[in-house]
Write a protein of this length. Structure first.
Length: 76
């Protein structure tokens, strides 16, 4: 059985929430191609996901929902 990709995404997001900076940024790639950029804003306790292909931004205040969205982008 191969390791859970969703688990790895959740760990990266949790680390973002634990870091001390005001805004934490992570890039998520598939095969070297950037799929999205995720920012965590400590003041608002929310994530902003910027989808690379569509140039759209989405706001999330739920860790699970942003992780699922990233997972789906990496599966395409």
């Amino acid at each position: 059985m191969k390791p859970s990709q969703l688990s790895a995404i959740l760990r990266r997001l949790e680390v973002m929430m634990e870091d001390n900076g005001d805004v934490e940024i992570r890039r998520f790639e598939k095969a070297g191609v950037e799929r999205c950029v995720v920012k965590y804003n400590r003041d608002t306790e929310s994530f902003e996901l910027e989808e690379h292909d569509s140039n759209q931004s989405y706001q999330f205040d739920d860790l699970d929902l942003v992780a699922i969205e990233i997972y789906e982008l990496l599966q395409d």
